[in-house]
Design a protein around this ligand. Structure first.
Ligand code: SF4
Length: 68
């Protein structure tokens, strides 16, 4: 289990995350990437790491969540 976060200071609204892993990421009204509510743990999402790689400014971080 991971904890997905986007650093809003780094995100420049490229939208790659929402394209690559739309089950976890979306874009807000201004085009900046956000994690969908309740999807911060990335449960069942296989493309989260691809989205991390796709982000041109490395704004997406994967933290280790509590073990279950
Ligand atoms: S890919 Fe990166 S820069 Fe683009 S919207 Fe997502 S977090 Fe922001």
């Amino acid at each position: 289990m991971v904890r997905i976060a986007i650093d809003p200071d780094l995100c420049m609204g490229a939208g790659q995350c929402a394209l690559v892993a739309p089950e976890v990421f979306t874009q807000d009204d201004d085009g900046f990437g956000t994690v969908l509510p309740g999807r911060e743990d990335g449960e069942g999402a296989t493309l989260v790491r691809e989205a991390v790689r796709a982000c041109p400014v490395q704004a997406i971080s994967l933290g280790d969540g509590p073990a279950r």
